[in-house]
Design a protein around this ligand. Structure first.
Ligand code: GUN
Length: 300
């Protein structure tokens, strides 16, 4: 079997189009322009690229982008003061503090200072608890993107065996919660899991989010399984020339696609879904803030 390729670029473009048309209606019918504030502290090059991309896509969706670029030496008090101002600003419906923060800033303290209803990352401890207890919450963007792809491919996920490899707060744990909510039988596997290959091979749905280049190959995958690769790893590519690199996922794509039923590539799989879902979450937050119906198909 050669797997169906799930094209995240096409899927994400569809999400962005849906968001943009909802935004257009919000403006026309209610005079509301959803606003997203992105806060970047310091000059981490990868974070700068992400933040620029978030700002551009926010504007392309017809929403308002507020960018706050702060010096690497910003104090915790200064950052908390900015967050308090954004919490109080009615034009700001979503707030995202780009991670990682410089080491002198307490990430948990900063994230938990964001108004949970504006926490479009879904990282605030209240949103984590709401998701775990089945209450209305903001849902982390990457797992939300994965859920949308899985629902699109399978229809109902009820009763399917799902294995999430990786237990991070950003992907692994919320992914497991979302799959459980959709009535999957969920296993979280990690670096200490015994017989991890056997466990993964029994999965109907395998989500790889470990950050280890090409760790999962065909021996880990059951025939016909759906494989979502969340990993984005840069590795040396001497075949492209001296000093060149390329991006690979946590899954050995060439081997895995011979066994899987469907698979996301890297790049162009799960990656583009993250910002698309950030835009969807900002729209959702704006609708909730104004007591309006949430956009159908764009929430968990
Ligand atoms: N850094 C890498 N990914 C993310 C993300 O999804 N949200 C935030 N806030 N920071 C990140």
């Amino acid at each position: 079997m050669v797997a169906k390729i799930i094209d995240g670029k096409v899927f994400a473009a569809g999400i962005r189009e849906q968001v943009a048309s909802h935004v257009e209606r919000l403006k026309a019918d209610h005079g509301i322009s959803p606003g997203l504030a992105v806060v970047l502290v310091g000059e981490d090059p990868a974070s700068q690229v992400y933040v620029r991309s978030k700002g551009r896509q926010t504007v392309e969706a017809g929403m308002t982008s507020f960018e706050h670029k702060l010096d690497a030496t910003t104090t915790e008090a200064e950052l908390l003061e900015l967050i308090a101002a954004l919490n109080a600003d009615p034009a700001v419906h979503g707030i995202l503090v780009q991670l990682p923060l410089p080491a002198h800033l307490d990430e948990a303290l900063v994230i938990n200072a964001i108004d949970p209803d504006k926490d479009v990352d879904g990282f605030h401890i209240l949103n984590v608890g709401r998701l775990a207890t089945g209450q209305k919450s903001m849902v982390p963007c990457t797992p939300l993107g994965c859920l949308m792809m899985l629902r699109d491919h399978h229809g109902s996920l009820s009763g399917l065996n799902a294995v999430v490899v990786g237990r991070s707060n950003i992907v692994g744990k919320p992914m497991a919660q979302l799959l459980l909510r959709d009535s999957c039988t969920v296993t979280i596997a990690h670096s200490r899991t015994r017989n991890i290959q056997d466990i993964c091979r029994r999965a109907d749905i395998l989500v790889a989010a470990v950050g280890r280049p090409e760790m999962i190959d065909s021996a880990w995958i059951g025939p016909g399984a759906t494989v979502l690769d969340v990993g984005i790893n840069r590795i040396p590519a001497p075949e492209k020339g001296a000093g060149k690199t390329r991006l690979v996922g946590d899954v050995d794509f060439a081997s895995a696609r011979e066994v899987a039923g469907a698979i996301t590539p890297v790049p162009g799989g799960v990656g583009p879904m993250t910002i698309a879902c950030l835009l969807a979450n900002t729209l959702t937050a704006a609708c909730r803030a104004h007591g309006l119906d949430e956009p159908e198909g764009l929430t968990a």
